[in-house]
Design a binder for this molecule. Structure first.
Ligand code: CP3
Length: 342
């Protein structure tokens, strides 16, 4: 096993950590903007296997990252379940909402998602042929809670209020939705693995708004179910879990869910995470993405601090969240050079 990312995920402490970035294929790259224009819009790009593979490869060619992440979106699963989905430029995603039993009953069964998602599996097949031999291919999906927050509200929300409200008012309906997304996610990720994904990552971007027992029931339990089913179907498959802003709940999350690696956001310090989370195995993270905008010595210092903090155990270098459209591509190169030379 020579790919650095797979070695770190297997628990190896490496002299230089493998590197990739959340949203590494994205609007901060002029070549991404050009390909998106060629596709027409973001969703057309996601469903065009040749062009989606092309944008996935762009940051690999430019920077030589150790991993490529499939170009797609977590909201394709709701769309495949029958929700309407569109993106409003400058604002973000919009979906038809799920607020009643009638809305839920109109959704398709989990097994029906592949008709819509077939082009995504084709993108994975193209990538597994075309990626350099040293580059690992990461597939992904949203975690059920995060996907549910968008399906219930019909958009991104600052506090996930509508999803918390449905959970309080109609727990049976809320849980039925979580279960449907969980089943669809297992099938979706399983097909990505069959098509050539070597690692999968589960994005729970809004895990931080679940408290107490709700965190266990709707962040931890669904992750555990998805991971155990995937590992039963694909023995040895490495899984990265990202319960963003989980704070103290990062502790023990990998053990409790069976994840091989926990991705850390930048609200936790790398020193704290090394002591409390990396003790259980591989961690990924967690440079503040703002450094990709501001650059300079502060970027170099913060990058070194992350590398130093996690040097004693298995680590995948990444940002604490996605790179933003206003980032400077040269700062990404400076970050990589700093990681590989410290
Ligand atoms: O990381 C990658 O390069 C792989 C592709 C990827 C995208 N979205 C492409 C994308 C991945 C892994 C995602 C995950 C995703 N999508 C998450 C979880 C991670 C996170 O950021 O917390 C979430 C919550 C979404 C939903 C989503 N997609 C939102 C809220 C938005 C709009 C906000 C924004 O950044 O514009 C998107 C759009 C989106 N997904 C873009 C990209 C490159 C920008 C679309 C464009 O080109 O206009």
């Amino acid at each position: 096993m020579t790919k650095l990312l797979l070695r770190a995920l297997a628990g190896e402490t490496l002299p230089v950590p493998p590197i990739w970035m959340m949203r590494q294929a994205g609007r901060y790259l002029p070549e991404y903007r050009a390909t998106r224009a060629e596709a027409g819009d973001f969703l057309s790009l996601c469903y065009n296997p040749e062009l989606a593979a092309e944008v996935t490869l762009q940051p690999i060619r430019r920077y030589g990252f150790d991993a490529a992440i499939l170009f797609a979106d977590i909201l394709l699963v709701p769309q495949a379940l029958g929700a309407d989905l569109w993106f409003v430029t400058g604002e973000g995603p919009r979906l038809s909402t799920i607020t009643s039993a009638a809305d839920f009953d109109a959704l398709k069964p989990a097994g029906a998602i592949h008709e819509t998602l077939a082009p995504i599996y084709e993108t994975v097949r193209i990538l597994s042929r075309e990626l350099p031999a040293e580059t690992a291919l990461i597939g992904f999906a949203g975690a059920p809670w995060t996907v549910a927050t968008y399906m219930i509200a019909g958009r991104g929300t600052p506090d996930q209020g509508p999803a918390h409200a449905l959970k309080a008012e109609n727990r049976a309906l809320f849980e039925a939705l979580i279960d449907r997304i969980t089943e669809a996610t297992i099938d979706y990720l399983s097909k990505q693995v069959e098509a050539g994904a070597e690692v999968v990552k589960i994005f729970d971007s809004w895990a931080g708004s679940l408290e107490g027992e709700d965190f266990d029931r709707y962040a931890l339990e669904p992750a555990k179910r998805i991971i155990s089913e995937l590992k039963a179907r694909h023995p040895g498959l490495p899984v990265i879990a990202f319960p963003r802003e989980a704070g103290e709940r990062y502790i023990g999350f990998a053990k409790a869910t069976g994840a091989d690696c926990v991705a850390l956001d930048n609200s936790v310090s790398p020193e704290w995470a090394a002591e409390h989370v990396q003790v259980d195995g591989c961690v990924q993270g967690n440079l503040d993405p703002k450094h990709m905008v501001t650059g300079g010595q502060a970027l170099v210092d913060a990058t070194r601090r992350v590398v130093e903090a996690f040097r004693g155990g298995p680590h995948i270098f990444n940002l604490g969240h996605g790179i933003t459209p206003d980032a400077d591509p040269e700062n990404v190169q400076l970050m990589i050079d700093t990681v590989r030379r410290v």
